[in-house]
Design a binder for this molecule. Structure first.
Ligand SMILES: NC(=O)c1ccc[n+]([C@@H]2O[C@H](COP(=O)([O-])OP(=O)(O)OC[C@H]3O[C@@H](n4cnc5c(N)ncnc54)[C@H](OP(=O)(O)O)[C@@H]3O)[C@@H](O)[C@H]2O)c1
Length: 233
């Protein structure tokens, strides 16, 4: 049965839109106090900034039980002639931002296990179908999301016996602002590809995350791949 999150504190990165915004609402509806981060206010792309965000959330809200590493960008296109600034942006936020936030949050999450009535804490990393299967035209994005999967599984093995659960969520296509940052020619191809398919809504992924973090402490949902029903690959 789903447990409530009253008395717990969650930090959601990338919470200004899409999946992060929906997740923040979902967790707060379950009783958690939620700290929100987004580039519009704070960038997570270097260690001091990420650390400051985590420390401030833990200090102002008193603890940290749940971290949802959701902030991300998806800049697609062939490797040949790809603007390297796009790769740097993706590696900075999708990989380094997630690693830095995790590193800063780890002591707080482990503390929360011993001080919470639930006696469990959660780290949820948002990967993608692109973290499971690769396709031509997504090489660098694939590389960042595979990194999320590899990092999460190794960390899971380090902390799971201490009741810090590490989960990876791998969404397929969700109707958000994510694709909108692509170059016009790439965006046109993406729009065409998904024009005739029903995509998921951000709330569908928020509900997946809420399922994960409301399990009783004996249950760790390590990995969830969730696609729109019509999405084949
Ligand atoms: N939508 C999909 O189809 C889909 C599928 C699979 C996986 N995902 C993953 O889901 C996650 C959320 O994406 P979304 O679809 O909800 O897209 P979105 O609506 O574009 O949201 C992305 C969020 O990340 C934040 N962000 C970007 N760069 C940042 C930075 N440097 N520092 C801090 N925050 C930053 C954005 O903040 P600002 O807006 O303030 O910049 C925004 O809140 C991403 O990791 C994405 O890879 C999405």
């Amino acid at each position: 049965m789903a447990e409530r999150l009253d008395g717990t504190v969650a930090l959601v990165t990338g919470a200004s839109s899409g999946i992060g915004a929906a997740t923040a609402l979902e967790l707060s509806g379950l009783g958690a106090s939620v700290a929100l981060v987004a580039r519009r206010s704070e960038r997570l792309t270097d260690d001091p900034q990420a650390r400051e965000v985590v420390e401030r959330a833990a200090a102002e809200l008193g603890r940290l039980d749940t971290l949802v590493n959701n902030a991300g960008v998806m800049l697609l296109g062939p490797v040949q002639d790809a603007p390297l600034t796009e790769w740097q942006r993706m590696i900075n936020i999708n990989v380094l931002g997630l690693l830095y936030c995790t590193h800063a949050a780890l002591p707080h999450l482990l503390d929360a296990v011993s001080t919470s009535p639930r006696r469990v804490a959660d780290l949820v990393n948002i990967s993608s179908v692109a973290g499971r299967t690769v396709r031509s035209g997504s090489a660098a994005y694939n590389a960042t999301k595979h990194a999320v999967g590899a990092f999460s599984e190794a960390l899971r093995q380090e902390v799971t016996t201490r009741y810090l659960r590490v989960s990876v969520v791998e969404p397929g296509a969700v109707d958000t602002e994510l694709a909108g940052h692509n170059r016009p020619e790439i965006l046109a191809g993406l729009t065409e590809r998904f024009a005739h398919q029903e995509r998921m809504e951000a709330t569908d992924i928020a509900e997946t995350i809420s399922f994960i973090v409301t399990r009783p402490r004996r249950v760790a949902v390590n990995e969830v791949l969730v696609r729109p029903t019509e999405q084949e690959g």
